[in-house]
Design a protein around this ligand. Sequence first.
Ligand code: ARG
Length: 459
Amino acid sequence: MAQLWKGRFKKELAKETNDFNSSISFDSRMFEEDIKGSIAHAAMLGAAGIIDKSESEKIVDELEKILNEIKSGTLQIDMQAEDIHTFIEGELTARLGQTGKRLHTARSRNDQVALDIRLTLRKEITETEKKIKELICVICDKAEENKKTIMPGYTHLQRAQPITFAHHIMAYAAMLCRDLSRLEDTKKRMNICPLGSGALAGTTYPLNREMVAELLDFDGITLNSLDGVSDRDFCIELASTLSLIMVHLSRFSEEIIMWCSWEFKFVELDDAFSTGSSIMPQKKNPDIAELVRGKSGRVFGDLTTLLTAMKGIALAYNKDMQEDKEAIFDAVDTVKMCLTAFTPMIETMTVLKENMRNAAAKGFINATDCADYLVGKGMPFRDAYKATGELVALCIEKNLTLETLPLDEYKNICDLFDEDIYIAINLEKCVADRLVIGGPSEQSVDIQINAARNAVSVN
Ligand code: ARG
């Protein structure tokens, strides 16, 4: 297919130039957005009297046909075309002749591509949000089932204090809720229409830019034509938001991988969501979680690609900016692919409650509660901390736990201890008493679940 810009050139394009310059292999996925943008533009040109109303109608009708034909597979996109814009305009002109040639009046591929990416990414954000919401709901359901499932909470990967499995996984729901709101926020700045910016300097035609924006469901129009064509902040913002999503999924994955090990055995993944080894018959590997953790690097790389592509280019459009699409599409596709596999893996995994409870019984995770018991009897916290430290040392020496240490040993270290210490250090009670908002008690976890479910229904 011929280039759109042939007039000034005497020679044919070198194959090497064509291959290197072409973007159709990765921008053809924007065919629907490109056509819808052109339909809005053509309708506006007609309404504003810039082209003949009847010609505008013909263009709109033919573009609709082209869209349906591509969708149904009866029209193949020509992969020899320079880009999707060239292909669609070329196809239109092949069908309508002179009339087709009027479509590009008062438009440049620079504002056209800026429009197409915004439309494409707007749709991708909505799809990503849907998948994040599904994961949040699955986490909330799992949390509901595990509000009483005691497990050790960790710092430094050392058992620290008692929590529940519900509380632990609701931390991920909190992260994902922030991701949802970041996506919404990114969409706000993305949803501004650049069409009318022209190549860089706007146009002399009396465009109705608001009409185009309205037809395409934008919230407004850009106010500086140079910025309109050369702004890719919205790609960078989205890549950054997607990178954070991958950070969250990757941390969650790391925990799943640990919990699946024989060392932890806190969860068992469903057979349908794990893989085996070609040599070790006993193996059941958490490959999905490992791949999600591994793929996070691609998305961070995409963010770096975008930042680097944009950081040194003078206003306005430069061809460097064509690099935006592969990077941001890869980031979006990777995140969606990860969520598609990750969510059912979480949904179907079995929580091994007993193993969690047994792990919680070791590691003196109720030591803080023991110190708090002494505080309750009037001792300053720092002294209570020291006395409890001595108790823990004694337990380690005698191979006992705080639960099995006899009362007289307690009393030897501090005479404030009484029979009720055994109630105070009971793990179920330790968790139930953490009623503070944000804590692991059932009531506090209910607040978290309600907030997450609310974020899913509002956003
Ligand atoms: N394929 C180009 C891109 O993705 C379209 C814009 C071309 N503009 C130009 N001045 N060459 O950026």
